[in-house]
Design a protein around this ligand. Sequence first.
Ligand code: ADP
Ligand code: ASP
Ligand code: MG
Length: 409
Amino acid sequence: MNLLVVKFGGTSVGSLERIESAAKKVIQKIKQGYKVVVVSSAMAGETDRLINLAKQIDPFPPERELDMLISTGEQQAIALFAITLNKMGYPAKSLCGWQVPIITDGVHTKAKVMKVGVQRIKNLLNEGYIPVVAGFQGVTEDWEITTLGRGGSDLSAVVLAYALGADCEIYTDVEGVFTADPRIVPNAKKIPRISYEEMLEMASLGAKVMQARSVEFAMKYNVRIHVRSSFSDNDGTWILPEEEVMEKVAVRAITLDTKESRITVVRVPDKPGIAYKIFKALGDAHIVVDMIVQNVSHQGYTDLSFTVNKTDAKKAEDIVRRVASEIGAQEVIRDDNVAKISVVGIGMRSSYGTAAKMFEVLYKNNINIMAISTSEIKISCLIESKYGELALRELHSAFIEEDQDVIKY
Ligand code: ADP
Ligand code: ASP
Ligand code: MG
């Protein structure tokens, strides 16, 4: 029998009515002959609400306690989901991460999944129950509750689909993966099929429709994912190996990421070892650095800028201030008002002129570029955050709405 893991995001379980609609989707699948395992997020807004409560007590709460707290959002949702299914005549049992078990390492708030037990889920299925599993949470070997990073229910679903040999459907509040966030760009188009690689870049660059780590896992283990809407029966977006995505375009999508801050170390002596001292200190503190720019040296001094996630910005600033006095830098400036705008597409490997066109669009809109980073399949520019949405719309119009060459294979 076909096995299906279906995951519902926060909006899709955001009220009792929505949970009932989600339950109807599950029942529809069962009537089509599938055995279904449900993965649920917390009700919309609940994770944020819990984080805010903790931060009212302490802006940097102990991460173990934060996990203990925020994992409860999913626990509420799965119980309500299972109660709903039972009421509708379909026996269901909810399971927390530790009951599955989904075993993780001990890095609180962004734990990695190490292994997954599937026997309990299989037993439930054989006994005629619908297992309803809490997304986002796991447990360490020594029984500490962990969470898998924001948006982590996607990862729970993909990992379970892999472990069970099941297909994976991600039900969300949009019709699939679009060429840009459809809430900001009304002309964005649904992408019927997208490669893991492109989806991973998009997710890492701000398209929160799929959590980046879940796409990385799916790519590694070849889990096919169908992202679709909770509110319609339309086909959504398939995330697949590159060979199965027939149509290749130079630019597949534009993304906007407002979750980074820029830190500038002003007037550092331009000599060997300076960058090492700064980035070693950041690495030792487990801070991930994204874009790095060093200005041209002037009279033996230079400015060095880099970006980090906003959640790490204060910590990074404090660390760099300490190092700055050691290395004789003049000052350290933190800027939270930056945004990273990116164009993504595997066709960029074999096309030229994308960077020039991107810079032209930004220039024509009088938007200054503070930093640039590239990979084979993306170009990102750091700009002032107040221009983020404008840049997104203008780049979408230039690269996606206007005709572009389609490279067919
Ligand atoms: P869920 O709660 O279902 O996990 P999320 O809020 O995490 O949903 O992700 C869905 C949201 O992602 C959409 O509401 C949309 O605003 C946003 N989004 C950003 N970029 C894109 C994109 N390129 N395609 C689709 N949605 C996107
Ligand atoms: N509830 C968690 C979050 O808001 C996990 C998820 O929704 O996927 O990040
Ligand atoms: Mg999500």
